[in-house]
Design a protein around this ligand. Sequence first.
Ligand code: FES
Ligand code: FES
Length: 196
Amino acid sequence: MSAEELHEVAVTVNGTGYRVRVPARRLMSDCLRHDLRLTGTHVGCEHGVCGACTILLDGVPVRSCLLLAVSADGAQVTTVEGLAAADGTLSEVQQAFSECHGLQCGFCTPGFLMTITAGLGQRPDPDEQQAREMIGGNLCRCTGYQNIVASVLRAAELRRGRDAAPGARPAGTAAAGGPPAGTAAAGAGPAAEAGG
Ligand code: FES
Ligand code: FES
């Protein structure tokens, strides 16, 4: 059997540049988890339904299980690992989940955090119905959603407080205060197939 052709992908994830060589059919979710060892992005349904694999691609939330890694060539990606500041300070959305008990098993949580981070950028002052609509594309099997809705509203409150503070950092997500961009080689060899 001939070796599968590999394609080089240059992508910036949470402020760090990576070059990986992957088969054309490599999913971005698998590239993050297996090639870059960023396992914060979770994979649930693997066909675009649950939202657990949500990442930000050039600031836009996308389902990484529906994105081919080669399609992310040249993109800026933010994963859940990029939400907290370099000193470990939680983002407002993470802080709100902690305060409001917005998770139980936590499997769905990375996807919710990314969806809400992007959602609040679009709608910084949602009411409860708008908070529910914001998370309408993410599934959680544990919480019944009530505490996640409360987390959205609390995160919005925290963000408004941050933005009103003197010397507030600009609204944004990843890599705020993170390490400077560098380049790391990853997956230089034939990429292993995702474990199944
Ligand atoms: S794993 Fe991607 S949407 Fe479910
Ligand atoms: S907290 Fe368990 S699936 Fe959402």
